[in-house]
Design a protein around this ligand. Structure first.
Ligand code: FAD
Length: 473
């Protein structure tokens, strides 16, 4: 009996359902495989930083599996179609009797897995698991069996179900009896950009350590601190969750271990943090219920009638962090330099691109994917469609953030802005959100661009564009 564990977006050995189940039979030979698909990743706009992070975590996974005497075979194929053929051959050559994997929910990934089950039918038994979510898609539905379109009732129903579900973490497997050869790890052919190891060290141990210290020391203050980008107030676990170095069950269990009242007190930092994990679930459940979301379609159809601006210079300035709006520019430079951006800032810059520059949200979604270390189709698409008012439970189109007042509210003294915009280092706290006015008063010339647009004018134009689109629908 040969059990093959196919690792995809679950690069960990602890609390991994597919791996755990494959190892239950102590007599079975257990081997593992990982298939990199660079052309497919290009099509999905994967960031070079995320690809490098995958490579690093693959090395860690290989070392952990070797300790368990489980060899990890890694290979590179161009895309999913090729990977399916290769996997089928691999199964045949290695006399695989059982294939184990954890499900992915994006459309191309699901089509790939359907093809695998067609090809392997009658040749080996497939065991697929729901593992990247606390509750599987389709399990949290309204009385009439439909997916919730609004977050708050989804969360209520989700938490009720969660308390009756088995959310225990699974241990790492015990070492297999036979020592195995250790095949070399594939060097993935993708334009790598190494993430800063001091910000995001690779490996399960690093992720678990961060989770532990966050739940022990910082989650209590999460509610007060999570919107202030100058403070290290959020967990920064998203890169690990995105590629499955960490599981949401590990997050949930660690949270409950440190804060046993998390589910009872909805004012506590712990509850509010759990709420964010539920947003992650909500967006993934939505992808499965509405596959059009994987096909670049808006949730609200009429928003496709908006006549977007095609101003390439505006888009380029936004990407480069040169819009002349300090909070927007500081945020974009954080993204460009580290591959991570604070959630409040993601909302501000997304709103700015769509509502101030009237640029199609898809351009922003794509740029984020190409830069983010935590790039994740469901969360990224959900976030962009929320900001663009085209999504389910999105901000209504007439609610438009003012980037300057957002900056004043969430980065009052400009600590975050100054960290990323050294050209504004001399501007005093009171003027940091209006540096051009300050420069004029002081008779100084700033090495900083003039604002791309007048927010009040842009706001009016956007409202008009959305109203026209709605009328035309
Ligand atoms: P914490 O505040 O510590 O939250 C814990 C975890 O909950 C996060 O790691 C993440 O997995 C999940 N989470 C938190 N907020 C959200 C949310 N709003 N939606 C879904 N999951 C959430 N998150 C991604 O993981 N990948 C993306 O590609 C992504 N793109 C985004 C694009 C836009 C326009 C917006 C507005 C948000 C996006 N988010 C994305 C959600 C959120 O900004 C990040 O998950 C969060 O900033 C990560 O930081 P953290 O780990 O410190 O989060």
């Amino acid at each position: 009996v040969t059990h093959l564990v196919w690792f995809r977006n679950d690069l960990r050995i602890t609390d991994n359902r597919a791996l755990h189940t494959a190892c239950q039979d102590m007599h079975a030979k257990v081997i593992a495989v990982y298939i990199a698909t660079p052309e497919q990743w290009q099509q999905h706009d994967m960031a070079p930083r995320q690809a490098a992070f995958i490579q690093q975590n693959l090395d860690c996974l290989d070392a952990s599996l070797a300790e368990k005497n489980i060899p990890l075979f890694s290979h590179q194929c161009a895309d999913f179609a090729e990977s399916v053929e290769w996997l089928s051959d691999f199964c045949q050559k290695n006399s695989v009797t059982d294939l184990f994997y954890n499900r992915q929910y994006e459309l191309n990934e699901r089509h790939r897995d359907d093809r695998v089950s067609e090809l392997l039918q009658g040749k080996c038994t497939l065991h697929a698991f729901d593992d990247s979510l606390l509750l599987p898609p389709g399990s949290v539905v309204t009385g009439s069996g439909e997916m919730y379109k609004v977050f708050t009732p989804f969360r209520k129903s989700f938490l009720q179900r969660l308390t009756h579900s088995d959310t225990r973490c699974l241990p790492a497997p015990k070492p297999r009896a036979d020592k195995a050869e250790r095949p070399p790890i594939v060097s993935i052919d993708y334009p790598f950009e190494q993430p800063d190891p001091s910000l995001f060290p690779a490996g399960e141990d690093a992720a678990l350590q961060r989770l532990r210290s966050f739940c022990r020391e910082r989650v209590q203050d999460y509610q007060q601190q999570r919107d202030i980008p100058a403070i290290d107030g959020t967990s920064c676990l998203s890169p690990y969750l995105a590629i499955g170095v960490l599981s949401p069950r590990q997050c949930f269990n660690r949270l409950l271990a440190e804060c046993p009242q998390a589910l009872e007190d909805d004012q506590s930092g712990a509850f509010v943090w759990l709420n964010e994990l539920v947003w992650r679930e909500f967006y993934r459940h939505l992808l499965v219920a509405y596959p059009k979301l994987c096909r670049h379609k808006p949730f609200i159809a009429w928003t496709d009638n908006v006549r977007w601006s095609g101003d390439a210079d505006h888009l380029a300035a936004w990407k480069a962090g040169k819009t002349g709006f300090p909070i927007v520019d500081a945020a974009m430079r954080q993204l460009n330099q580290t591959g991570w951006m604070h959630n409040r800032l993601r909302m501000i810059v997304a709103s700015f691109l769509v509502k101030d520059l009237l640029i199609n949200w898809r351009a922003g979604e794509c740029y984020f994917m190409s830069q983010l270390l935590d790039g994740d189709l469901a969360a990224n698409n959900g976030g962009w469609q929320w900001a663009a008012s085209s999504g389910t439970d999105a901000a209504p189109y007439f609610r438009i953030f003012n980037p300057t007042t957002q900056g004043e509210r969430f980065d009052k003294k400009g600590d975050f802005i100054r960290r990323w915009l050294p050209e504004l280092a001399d501007v005093p706290d009171s003027d940091i959100h209006h540096p051009h006015q300050w420069a004029i008063k002081q008779g100084r010339v700033l090495d900083y661009p003039e604002p791309l647009v007048d927010h009040a004018v842009a706001r009016k134009q956007t409202l008009q564009a959305f109203e026209e689109a709605k009328r035309g629908a």
